[in-house]
Design a protein around this ligand. Structure first.
Ligand code: C5P
Length: 220
């Protein structure tokens, strides 16, 4: 089968990561979690004393961390300056700060270049998940998917993943982050005109995976 480039975008809690990983594993494609890269740069800023509310400081520091993403769907890994960052990038502190950091144009330029390099190097095809993959990073992707779900469903899924999380508080934080990601000036969260929209509210994860696998197979 031909190498395919698949872009999967959408807000948080729509099942993007689980779906993307499973589809890539099933079809023998590489996988890139672009949210992890924005989380990694945010984590680096926080641990290196950069004031993440100061866009100019974030812009200046954005070239410094060396971010390396693995592309194996069965073991997604990310390192920052050679150090494994898979755990630290998932903290609530990083989650609450990542939208501010990822809105800074210098950060986006840097990370977008990394993403295009990785997609170019993935000889057998790749599934790239994020917010602006179909619109900005890989506008020529063979297949673009935009996943959606109700805020209730998204909050329930997210709080199910986090021990002791409160659904109402999770929902509020989710809505706030999505609003920031959709409202920013530089490549906001958006559905590409030629993307296939899949509403996952009433679907199981397996149904979403099957739906996307079918769409990819039609393109190969
Ligand atoms: O997907 P995840 O929730 O890990 O993404 C974390 C954050 O990274 C998003 O809320 C968004 O601010 C940023 N992001 C982005 N563009 C992408 C992927 C993620 O701005 N392509």
């Amino acid at each position: 089968p031909a190498a395919v480039i698949v872009a999967i975008d959408g807000p948080s809690g729509t099942g993007k990561s689980s779906t993307s990983r499973a589809v890539a594993a099933k079809l023998g494609l590489s996988y890139l979690d672009t949210g992890a890269q924005y989380r990694a740069i945010t984590w680096w800023m926080l641990t290196n004393g950069v004031d993440v509310t100061d866009a100019a400081a974030v812009a200046t520091a954005s070239a410094k961390p060396v971010i390396d993403s693995g592309t194996d769907p069965s073991a997604p890994a990310i390192t920052v300056d050679g150090q494994d960052a898979s755990g630290p990038i998932r903290t609530q502190e990083v989650t609450s700060r990542v939208s501010a950091v990822s809105a800074v144009p210098e950060v986006r330029t840097r990370i977008t270049e990394l993403q295009r390099e990785i997609a170019r190097a993935a000889g057998g095809g790749i599934v790239v998940e994020g917010r602006d993959i179909g619109t900005t990073v890989l506008p020529g992707a063979d297949l673009k998917i935009f996943l959606t779900a109700s805020a209730e469903a998204r909050a329930a899924r997210r709080s199910g993943e986090t021990k002791g999380a409160d659904v109402a508080a999770t929902k509020e934080a989710l809505i706030k982050r999505d609003a920031a990601d959709s409202g920013r000036k530089t490549s906001p969260l958006a559905k590409a005109d030629d993307a296939v929209e899949v509403d996952t509210t009433d679907l199981t994860l397996d149904q979403v995976i099957e739906c996307v696998v079918t769409l990819v197979e039609e393109k190969r």
